[in-house]
Design a protein around this ligand. Structure first.
Ligand code: C5P
Length: 234
């Protein structure tokens, strides 16, 4: 029996926070923008820290990041300045760092975007419950409620897409370390999430319904919406 079968797989989390957030209009990396009294990143980390089955969370920063310690002064978790030019590269840097710190092939890794600051621990619990015994793993997601249009460069509709089997992918996304590492290495920078890379290997990640409130703060107007939601939920 080798080391990876001698013990139960552990759950780790990685929060890639090495992006510059160009679309947010914030003039600074969006993970550091204050929302409801704290940087967005701090809200996301607090939700992950409230999930007992996650043994450690690793924050992945850009090697050039000089803001983290001042923005989150009390942070006592794992941190690595191994971010890359794409989200996939940043996650791969984080996976290598987890290995250096003792994670093994069959451990679970939950990757969560720093920009999803409204994450609730119970959604993460539901994801772990649904994926813990799954052969592939899965992701939080939301069935599409709106009618979907395809638009052209001139801003005119060219088609309407059947929404019945469509889901919006969210994070966290939960896969075994070795699988997600292989998948992201194969797909590279084109992978905007872990699930798409795993799908390229011919596998079907499990969709776990979360909430429309698990939104990704991306556009300038999203900050005020996220703040209102955080303040009203108490
Ligand atoms: O840019 P986007 O909103 O897709 O970024 C999603 C997440 O990936 C964010 O948390 C961002 O900080 C992170 N990211 C990263 N390294 C990059 C690009 C994005 O860690 N090179």
């Amino acid at each position: 029996m080798n080391a990876s079968t001698a013990r139960s797989p552990r759950c780790y989390a990685i929060v890639p926070a090495a992006g510059v957030g160009e679309r947010s209009g914030a003039g600074q990396p969006k993970q550091y923008v204050t929302v409801a009294g704290q940087p967005m990143l701090a809200h996301a980390l607090a939700a992950l820290a409230a999930v007992p089955r996650i043994v450690q969370t690793l924050v992945v920063l850009s090697p050039a990041d000089e803001r983290f310690e001042a923005a989150l002064p009390g942070y006592a978790g794992w941190l690595a300045r191994v971010g890359g030019a794409s989200r996939a590269e940043s996650v791969l840097g984080g996976l290598a760092e987890l290995r250096r710190r003792g994670a093994l092939d069959d451990d679970w890794v939950l990757v969560h975007d720093a920009a999803r600051c409204l994450l609730q621990p119970e959604w993460v619990e539901a994801l772990i419950d649904a994926c813990d015994h799954d052969a592939v793993g899965g992701l939080l997601a939301q069935p599409v409620a709106d009618t979907l249009k395809v638009g052209d460069a001139a801003g005119r509709v060219t088609a309407t897409v059947d929404r019945r089997d469509k889901w919006v992918a969210q994070t966290p996304q939960m896969f075994r370390l070795a699988l997600v590492e292989r998948a992201l290495t194969a797909m590279g920078a084109a992978a905007t999430d872990e699930a798409s890379a795993v799908e390229r290997l011919g596998l079907s990640p499990r969709l776990v319904k979360a909430s429309v409130a698990n939104l990704k703060v991306t556009w300038p107007e999203d900050f005020a919406l996220a703040e209102r939601l955080l303040l009203t939920r108490g």
